[in-house]
Design a protein around this ligand. Sequence first.
Ligand code: 3NM
Length: 222
Amino acid sequence: MSRVDIESLRKSLRLYLVLGSANCHGDPAAAVEEAVRGGVTMVQFREKGRNALKGAAKEELARRILVICRSFSIPLIINDDVDLALAIDADGVHIGQDDEPAERVRTRIGDKILGLSVHSVEEAKRAENLAVDYFGVGPIYPTQSKDDAREAQGPGVLRDLRRENVSLPLVGIGGITAERAADVIGAGADGIAVISAITGAQDLRQAAQQLAHKVRASSSGR
Ligand code: 3NM
């Protein structure tokens, strides 16, 4: 098996739903199904926070989400839990700057997708020679969904990354809404990653549809 095809990864990143049980009123797997029916193209299971599931309960939920992702042929990425990603044979792992180092994660996950959060051109440049497949860049706008989020930087950080010839797929994250999606894509992102714009909506499927439409309209020609 070889590493993921970068152009198909760019497409998968177009509308990236990030979620865990802390973000959902009801069953997160049901939320994933609704959102995917609306047009989500990739999912990240991010089980964090005070009441986060652990052990067998966490794995059981991840497996249920995986079944849904597989049935729609979209990738499931696990946030910062290589053991879980390997146990359920998920499609990849996403790590932050303070998680297990990218080199070690790559050795453990083989050809699975590896995403890394970066917050500046410096961090991206430092990571460019690591075997990372995409960068999550944020927070673009202020976010309520991450306790330790840094200061929002606006879409300009994406423009800076492209100006500095960072060619890896980029997905913007943090406070992104349907109204803001075009600015994020216009600044150079391949896609948007969202929590609350989908999980906080009354109608998850419709929210995903709207976001997918905005991303498609603003990335036409790419
Ligand atoms: N990571 P929402 S911001 C999970 O800056 C996450 O790296 C961020 O949630 C980063 O779409 C963020 O509700 C939260 O703002 C995104």
